[in-house]
Design a protein around this ligand. Structure first.
Ligand code: ADP
Ligand code: MG
Length: 353
């Protein structure tokens, strides 16, 4: 074969770069909705409503009662890497917000049609804003709304043919993944009322998730999974180091959640829902010692100093690096072994129903 002839290296067109990168931040329906819910939480909302049309395929919308967006921010709101949450690289060490990369709204613009309605306490009327695919504000009009923000995304992925096809083909799976993700936020977000509804075709709106926004993890578990499931759980609390601990709830022996690996296992770091495959594996392994037919339900929140963990590993921030992962895992193993030992409440001998 002929070797390729040398060609000039040129910069990729800005718009093309934007579309390439946007597809990595917003991978699917659940990552798109996750970004909006996190923005609402960052805005201090106590009520968040997620409304889907045709399981999100036609559009999805997140309505909150948070602080709203100031008119001075309208123009830059959906520009790439524009954020109100991070100024300096060192801020990454002390992050308390879910967002900080300033990419979600700009990516959603690139992948769908974004409109925003918002009002802060300083305005008497709200503003309806329309953005184009490059994140530029193209239309602005006054409208009525309570204080807070509504972000609507129509026709997600319509300009990425493969993703769009994948989206329609897997819509039920995508939707299931979204509900499980919303469950994670419903469990951990204290004092936040979360509602998710879906409308299909001409049918009436159906409520798929509804929490009251109570203040305790226990109450949240009861609203999300029901009393029967809660009754099969035992509170857990493991000391890892002076600045580090894990607390939450785990299944008692004989009361796992069935055969699905990872089903109803939720891990959080400082209240941020994340994937922790190693922790999941550890919990399953130790549980299996006495109950090989089921997997445990696990809801575990790790409290770790922000400077000892790095959430900026992947654009979706689901992966997390710890400065000392091996000590965390070994302390956790020791703690779990104790929990799942015969002398402890998790063991059926001590806790017969
Ligand atoms: P990030 O969350 O990383 O800052 P986003 O693209 O998600 O980036 O959002 C950009 C900015 O828009 C945020 O920093 C915030 O100031 C503002 N914003 C987005 N959604 C909301 C909301 N629901 N309420 C108030 N402000 C919001
Ligand atoms: Mg964000």
């Amino acid at each position: 074969a002929d070797s390729p002839s040398p060609t000039a290296i040129k910069p990729i067109n800005k718009g093309v770069v934007h579309r390439i990168c946007a597809g990595q931040v917003i991978i699917d329906l659940s990552s798109a909705v996750k970004e909006l819910v996190e923005n609402s939480l960052d805005a201090g909302a106590t009520s968040i409503e997620i409304s889907l049309k045709d399981y999100g395929q036609d559009f999805f919308q997140v309505i909150d009662n948070g602080c709203g967006i100031s008119p001075s921010n309208f123009k830059v709101l959906a520009l790439k890497h524009h954020t109100s949450k991070l100024l300096d690289f060192s801020d990454l060490q002390s992050l308390t917000t879910f967002g900080f990369r300033g990419e979600a709204l700009s990516s959603l613009c690139a992948l769908g049609n974004l409109t925003v309605e918002t009002r802060t306490k300083n305005e008497s009327v709200a503003t309806h804003l329309t953005y184009d695919h490059s994140g530029l504000l193209v239309a602005e009009k006054k409208t009525a709304r309570q204080i807070g923000t509504t972000v609507t995304v129509k026709k997600l992925f319509s300009n990425l043919p493969v993703r769009s096809k994948e989206f329609s083909r897997n819509i039920r799976k995508e939707y299931g993944k979204l509900i499980s993700l919303l469950n994670a936020y419903a469990l951990i977000a204290k004092g936040v009322r979360l509602v998710c509804t879906n409308t299909t075709g001409k049918n009436a709106k159906s409520v798929v998730l509804k929490t009251q926004g109570t203040g305790s993890l226990k109450d949240n578990i009861i609203t999300v999974f029901g009393m029967n499931i809660f009754n099969c759980l035992e509170p857990m609390n493991i000391f890892i180091s002076d600045s580090c601990k894990v607390d939450g709830f785990l299944s008692r022996f004989g009361h796992g959640s069935g055969r699905n690996l990872g089903d109803r296992q939720f891990f959080f770091v400082n209240g941020r829902p994340v994937d922790m495959p190693k922790v999941g594996k550890l919990v399953n392994e130790l549980y299996k010692g006495a109950n090989s037919r089921q997997y445990p339900i696990a809801i575990m929140n790790f409290t770790v100093p922000t400077r000892e963990c790095d959430v900026n590993v992947t654009p979706d921030k689901r992966k997390i690096f710890f400065s000392d992962e091996s000590s965390i895992l070994s302390a956790l193993r020791e703690g779990l072994q104790k929990i799942y030992s015969p002398s402890y409440a998790f063991y059926p001998v001590n806790k017969v129903e």
